[in-house]
Design a protein around this ligand. Structure first.
Ligand code: ZN
Ligand code: ZN
Length: 144
């Protein structure tokens, strides 16, 4: 995830890097969000004087645990963002830290496996997405 500034021949020529990011190397996993597979990075950079502009595209899969029913589920994501660097006096730029920040930026406090997740019965703990439960708690279909 590094651009060598000597690779930029002139201001109009972009430099591109494509690589697979290992989530382990970036220490990305948290208790609410994990990355089960490599994340594809595609970054294209332009130099203008002392400034470097990097157009970044990420694609991968995240695993969340539903806040209501506790079931893990996978979520395919894509993310585009632009980074700017002051490159005065430098010979390389690593975008690793900023890519990591972008990946963790959206860390949700509460996630649902689907918008209408029914959650768990407050009495027997059954996953109500699988149908009503047999007890008399929130999961039963009996009117209160
Ligand atoms: Zn759920
Ligand atoms: Zn129940």
């Amino acid at each position: 995830m590094k651009f060598w500034l000597k690779d930029f021949k002139d201001d109009n020529q972009s430099v591109r890097i494509s690589e697979d990011i290992d989530p382990k190397a970036l220490d990305l996993d948290t208790t609410v969000m994990q990355f089960p597979d490599v994340i594809a990075l595609d970054a294209e950079a332009w130099r203008a004087g002392d400034e470097l502009t990097v157009q970044t595209h990420l694609e991968g899969e995240r695993r969340f645990t539903c806040s209501k029913c506790n079931e893990p589920f996978n979520n395919v994501f894509e993310k585009d963002f632009t980074l700017h660097y002051d490159i005065k006096g430098l010979d390389s730029i690593s975008i690793e830290q900023d890519v990591r920040d972008e990946l963790l930026l959206e860390l949700p406090i509460r996630v649902l496996c689907r918008p209408d997740c029914r959650g768990l019965c407050d009495r027997c703990g059954a996953n109500l997405n699988n149908g009503p439960c047999a007890c008399a708690g929130t999961g039963s279909q009996q009117p209160k």
